[in-house]
Design a binder for this molecule. Sequence first.
Ligand SMILES: [Zn+2]
Length: 56
Amino acid sequence: MQCSISECKLKAIQIVSVGFKEKRNLCKLHYDLFKNKDTVHAPSFSAASKLYYLRI
Ligand SMILES: [Zn+2]
């Protein structure tokens, strides 16, 4: 099982729920990011999105 984040090639260690029915497989790195951000918008992990968050 591979991480659902598009650029990521790591092995997923955790499945998280996104929205009502959607699920994402996350590697350790992205799972940590997901927890730390405390958000349900898991798909927004790209570099562009990180910059976007910083500018808000
Ligand atoms: Zn990942």
